[in-house]
Design a protein around this ligand. Structure first.
Ligand code: FE
Ligand code: FE
Length: 275
C-alpha cells in the first residue's frame, strides 16, 4: 500500500534525527577516502568486464542492498528503480529513458564482488553510493557536508587542491575523474557492452546522476564546455524521477518484467551483460 507522497522539501533533508548519524558518517568516510589515487585504482580493479549477469538478475541482487547514503527510503533498491521507470512511463517519456530509469542504480551490484576496504560492500558503501565530486581538484563548498572536504589528503596536496588541480580549463566533464561509485561503474559496463544502443542522453544520465555539486550545486564552471550545458539539461530532466518518485509502495514483478523485457532487448540485446 502506498503512503502519501512526501512534499518536495522533505527529500534530501539531511537533518532528520534517526538517519543523520549513518548518512553523515558515510559522507565523512567518502570525502576522506576518495582520493585521485583511490579512484584510479578502483577503475583498474573493477572495470574488468569478466562477470556475466542479466539485467534482471542484477535487479534481484539489489533487493539485498539498502543504500546507507539515501535519507529518503529504507526499501530495497529495486523498488526505487521500478518507481523511477514507472513515473517516466506514466508521463509518456521515451522508452530508452524508461529503461535508464529502470537500470540507473544497477552499478551498485559492485557490492557482490566488493570489499570493506574499498568501500564497495554492504557494510562499507563509501565507494559505491552517495553524491559524487571531482577528485584531483579542489572540493567545492556545494558538496553535502562541506566541512568534511579538508579531511581528504588530496586537499593538503598542492597538485590537487586548486580550482583546476590536475585538469585543464574547459576540458569537459568527460575528462574528469569523479569519485568512484555506481554511476561510473554502470556507465563503463554498458559502454563496453557490444549491443548497447542507449542514446547518448541516456548514457549521460547514467554517468552523472549522482554528481550533485555540478548538476544542482552549479560548481565546476572552470571545466565545462558547450556540450556540458546539454549534459546538464539531460541530467536535471532525469533527476526529478530519481528523487521525487520515492514512495514506500510495492509493485507486481511479473507485469513489470513483461513490459520492460522488450525494451531491454531493444537497447541492450538478448545477451547477458559483462560486469
Ligand atoms: Fe544512483
Ligand atoms: Fe537512484
Amino acid at each position: 500500500m502506498a503512503t502519501p507522497a512526501k512534499e518536495k522539501k522533505d527529500f534530501r533533508n539531511y537533518d532528520q534525527g534517526e538517519i543523520i548519524a549513518a548518512v553523515k558518517e558515510h559522507y565523512r568516510k567518502m570525502r576522506t577516502r576518495q582520493t585521485l589515487d583511490y579512484v584510479k585504482r578502483m577503475k583498474v580493479k573493477y572495470l574488468t568486464y569478466d562477470k556475466s549477469m542479466h539485467i534482471w538478475d542484477a535487479m534481484e541482487k539489489l533487493n539485498d542492498l539498502i543504500d546507507v547514503s539515501d535519507p529518503d527510503i529504507t526499501l530495497p533498491n529495486v523498488h526505487h528503480l521500478v518507481q523511477s521507470a514507472e513515473a517516466m512511463r506514466e508521463e509518456g517519456r521515451p522508452d530508452w529513458m524508461q529503461l535508464v530509469g529502470l537500470i540507473h542504480d544497477l552499478g551498485k551490484v559492485m557490492y557482490l564482488w566488493g570489499s570493506d576496504d574499498d568501500g564497495t560492500s554492504q557494510a562499507e558503501q563509501w565507494g559505491l553510493v552517495g553524491d559524487i565530486f571531482v577528485v584531483g581538484a579542489k572540493f567545492p563548498e556545494t558538496c553535502v557536508y562541506p566541512e568534511f572536504n579538508r579531511l581528504n589528503s588530496d586537499m593538503q596536496d598542492e597538485r590537487y587542491n586548486t580550482d583546476l588541480g590536475v585538469y585543464e580549463e574547459g576540458c569537459g566533464l568527460d575528462n574528469l575523474h569523479l569519485a568512484w561509485g555506481h554511476d561510473e561503474y554502470l556507465y563503463q559496463v554498458l559502454k563496453n557492452h557490444p549491443d548497447n544502443k542507449i542514446p547518448e542522453a541516456g548514457m549521460v544520465m547514467l554517468r552523472y546522476h549522482s554528481f550533485y555539486p555540478w548538476h544542482t550545486g552549479n560548481s565546476y564552471g572552470q571545466f565545462l564546455t558547450e556540450k556540458d550545458k546539454q549534459y546538464k539539461v539531460w541530467v536535471i530532466d532525469f533527476n526529478k524521477y530519481d528523487l521525487y518518485t520515492k514512495r514506500e509502495e510495492t509493485f507486481n514483478p511479473d507485469k513489470i518484467k513483461a513490459y520492460y523485457q522488450p525494451i531491454i532487448e531493444k537497447y541492450l540485446g538478448p545477451e547477458k551483460i559483462n560486469w
